[in-house]
Write a protein that binds this ligand. Structure first.
Ligand code: ADP
Ligand code: ASP
Ligand code: MG
Length: 420
């Protein structure tokens, strides 16, 4: 889709980029610099530092499974701290600015508390403020649901706020400022030899993000792709960094030959659930997974063992924070399906390799499994898409597996990937 661009720039500062007064002043300096360059500026800010985590643990000290509406009410305050402080810092530099909450910025969300989707944006007030020449600073991660309650957009949701605003405002790009220099071939905090990618495609970034590379929230990439929003990810503290571009073509357009694997990712936020000894009959999987689906619980990998007699086991993975909300559902499905037991295992991790080059190369999965086997890493579950292969393994082997695959697919080298 061809977009007509405005002269609006959306700049998003993540939690680590506003965690101290000095960093807030630094972020303000970057905003002021961009504004003085003549563009209209919309800034999206996250909760400073680890405030969201702290608020969640505070709520859990009151009650282990907090009411979801009230939890959203609490979590949304973190981002309000961020916008107010950054706006003060910008105004102190003699640039007119105003902070807006998600609802004030016209962000409408659906009613899934703590994981709401954006359903639309009515940016009237935001545009009026821009017209007055002000920089507008919007709270990330929040919107107003159909009941006029505050809803939050899932962890990392400020990325979604920023990209959705960039889409609606037809911004020339969405700048994501964070604590790394861009998108790397692996999480640089786990694989020090990871390389910075100058370009990556929406499709690859979406797969990497849903495979656990938390640098971008997956839904923000879906929106960027749908509305062709170019994203640039760079370090908040290094204005000279070129960063990484997330666009439709990715590196295809920029390198002579295509890499087979572009990146690897580790997701340590998974939990494996197994329903044992279920009588094997048609409709049993439908019953289990529709019950979870109705409660908006995302199931990732699924494996059903071959039936012994007419009994079988079914295992699947969900994210750790979904375990609490799924417990009641699992207990009732267990009764209805007459399953023997429900077991959970948190000592698992998902390791994934991602690359558009996989479409044209065979043997990639074989190579991945061999690398794991050669190092006695047992694969518990496998899932594939056209450009991703994921395996569930023991969590204590996750970091090692990530490094081994990064090396085996030649991602540490500055030039091309090794062949399969
Ligand atoms: P912010 O607070 O700015 O939103 P996040 O913590 O959400 O920042 O995301 C940045 C972090 O993502 C980095 O510190 C890095 O450890 C992690 N990360 C995981 N995978 C990757 C990757 N492939 N490239 C870059 N960073 C990654
Ligand atoms: N503050 C929220 C979180 O920690 C949203 C974000 O940072 O993007 O998940
Ligand atoms: Mg983030």
């Amino acid at each position: 889709m061809l977009r007509r661009k405005s002269n609006i720039l959306v700049m998003k500062f993540g939690g680590t980029s506003v965690e101290t007064p000095d960093k807030i002043r630094h972020a303000a300096e970057r905003v002021v610099h961009a504004r003085r360059g003549g563009r209209r500026i919309v800034v999206v800010v996250s909760a400073p530092g680890r405030m969201t985590d702290d608020l969640i643990s505070l709520a859990k000290q009151i009650v282990p499974q907090p009411d979801q509406r009230e939890l959203d009410m609490l979590l949304a305050t973190g981002e309000q701290v961020g916008i107010a402080l950054l706006t003060m810092a910008i105004k102190a530099k003699n640039v007119d600015a105003i902070s807006l909450t998600g609802p004030q910025a016209g962000i409408a969300a659906d009613d899934r508390h703590t994981r709401a989707h954006i359903t639309g944006i009515r940016p009237n007030k935001l545009l009026q403020e821009l017209k007055k020449g002000r920089v507008v600073i919007v709270a990330g991660f929040q919107g107003l649901n159909p009941r006029e309650d505050i809803a939050t957009l899932g962890r990392g949701g400020s990325d979604l706020t920023a990209v959705a605003l960039a889409a609606v405002l037809k911004a020339e790009r969405c700048d994501i400022f964070t604590d790394v220099r861009g998108i790397y071939t692996a999480d640089p905090s786990l694989v020090p030899e990871a390389r910075l990618l100058s370009h990556i495609s929406y499709d690859e970034m979406l797969e990497l993000a849903s495979a656990g590379a938390q640098v971008m929230q997956p839904r923000s990439i879906e929106i960027a792709k749908k509305f062709s929003v170019p994203i640039r990810v760079s370090h908040a503290l290094n204005p000279k960094d070129l960063g990484s571009w997330i666009t439709a073509q990715g590196q295809e357009k920029h390198s002579m030959e295509e890499a087979v694997v572009t990146g690897v990712a580790l997701d340590r936020n998974q939990i494996k659930v197994t329903l044992r000894d279920i009588p094997d009959r048609p409709g049993m999987a439908a019953e289990l997974f529709s019950a979870l689906g109705q409660a908006h619980i995302n199931v990732d990998m699924i494996i059903q063992s071959a039936a012994k007699g007419n009994i079988n086991d079914i295992s699947f993975t969900i994210s750790k924070e979904d375990l609490g909300p799924s417990q009641k559902i699992l207990a009732s499905v267990q009764r209805e399906l007459r399953a023997g037991s429900v077991e959970t295992d948190a000592r698992v991790a998902k390791i994934s390799i991602v690359g558009v080059g996989m479409k044209k190369h065979s043997g990639v999965a074989g190579k991945m499994f061999k690398v794991l086997a050669d190092h006695r890493i047992n694969i518990q579950m496998i899932a594939t898409s056209e450009i991703k292969i994921s395996c569930i393994i023991a969590s204590d082997q996750g970091k090692n597996a990530l490094k081994l695959l990064h090396q085996a697919f030649g991602l540490h080298r500055a030039s091309l990937n090794s062949s399969v």
